[in-house]
Design a protein around this ligand. Structure first.
Ligand SMILES: Nc1ncnc2c1ncn2[C@@H]1O[C@H](COP(=O)(O)OP(=O)(O)O)[C@@H](O)[C@H]1O
Ligand SMILES: [Mg+2]
Length: 351
């Protein structure tokens, strides 16, 4: 494997006609890391990945692998492994031949190709299916072949673009686990594109949240889950309740927020005046006395728990997850723990 210390994206942009699909992205990826680019459809994730791969040229900016500038090189000279959503296997070649292809193209000797292909087949647990054609495999198995094909060349960097989105929910979770296992076992460096926050949270060492071609926040899964810095990132990370509140500073990094009798303490950059408080349905706590009164509206059974609309006295609705059954029409009271509320200034509300 071609060793490197870091891949650095320096202010990279890519425009299509007048449209900026990617704007001034700065990002450093260190060897061994698993990084996800996360964001809604159309936010520029694939554009960023294809720029790194060399399938798209940059409009401006530079990409460096350690001190070597690589954005001027064609894809084959960058030599990164790619895994796509649609597998892109050669349909007329056996699994074994598909995996061997990249090694043969690189002029690796026959005995070594055979040995490395066998090892790759074992790694992705397809050792019995080497002679099958891709059409004779399930979607999950085809994606394993695609991953083996990318990994067998021992690339300095593996790029994956929504590799699991064509699989059904159960297989997606299994393959997620496999991808992280391969990353660890092979000591890969991986950049992974997804619109699925659970996938990004469970796989990544670091997540880059994107929106409209721009990086909105970068951090560990824990940081992004607990401390989104803007309302749009919070919404994307599952803070489904957003209430307009008035806010007052309440000590360093803490904000008191209130609306219609609901007193909350939250974490934020201490905005003053009109603001929004955001929190997850999972963080609503039903209480036996304290807290704001509400009436239960629509209730959805989710297997492990229930998801319910709680109607506040002023008519606004808060979405709550409950481990106890709730009945429509029932009167309840609730609170939200201070460290689970994020308060954003009125400006953020416009985002
Ligand atoms: N080849 C292209 N020509 C014109 N516009 C494109 C092209 N590829 C992507 N775009 C546009 O750039 C934006 C980002 O696209 P993309 O990177 O594919 O988003 P994502 O992968 O996050 O869904 C979108 O608005 C998309 O329509
Ligand atoms: Mg895409």
């Amino acid at each position: 494997m071609q060793a490197f210390q870091e891949l650095r994206l320096d202010h990279i942009s890519r425009h299509f006609a007048n449209h900026a699909a990617l704007r001034e992205l700065d990002l450093t990826i260190r060897a061994g890391e698993f990084i996800s680019l996360l964001g809604p459809s159309g936010c520029g994730k694939s554009t960023a990945l294809n720029c790194i791969a060399g399938l798209l040229s940059l409009t401006s900016g530079q990409i460096r692998l350690d001190n070597k500038r690589i954005d001027v090189l064609p894809p084959e000279q960058r030599g990164f492994g790619m895994v796509f959503q649609n597998y892109a296997l050669f349909p007329h070649m056996s699994v074994r031949k598909n995996i061997a292809f990249g090694l043969e193209m690189r002029g690796v000797g026959r005995a070594e190709v055979a040995a490395r292909v066998e090892k790759a087949l074992k790694l992705v647990r397809l050792d019995n299916l080497g002679e099958r054609l891709p059409g004779q495999l399930s979607g999950g198995q085809q994606q394993r072949v695609a991953i083996a094909r990318a990994a067998v060349i021992e690339p300095p960097l593996v790029l994956m673009d929504e590799p699991l989105s064509n699989l059904d929910a159960k297989l997606r979770i299994e393959m997620r686990h496999e991808i992280r296992r391969l990353h660890n076992e092979l000591g890969l460096t991986t950049i992974y594109v997804t619109h699925d926050q659970d996938e990004a949270l469970s796989l990544s060492d670091r997540i880059v949240v994107m929106r409209d071609g721009v990086k909105r926040q970068e951090g560990t899964p824990e940081e992004l889950y607990a401390r989104p810095q803007t309302l749009d990132v919070a919404l994307f990370m599952g803070f489904r309740n957003v209430l307009e509140v008035s806010a007052h500073p309440a000590g360093p990094g803490r904000v008191r927020a209130e609306t219609a009798g609901l007193q909350m303490e939250g974490v934020g950059e201490a905005p003053v005046g009109p603001a929004v408080a955001a929190f997850r349905p999972d963080d609503v706590v039903l209480t036996d006395g304290d807290g704001l009164p509400a009436q239960v509206g629509q209730v959805e059974y989710c297997g492990r728990d229930w998801l319910a609309d709680l109607r506040l006295p002023d008519g606004r609705v808060v979405l709550a997850r409950s481990h106890l059954a709730l009945n429509s029409g029932e009167a309840v009271r609730f609170t939200v723990p201070a460290d689970r509320v994020r308060v954003f200034s009125g400006d953020a509300a416009a985002a």
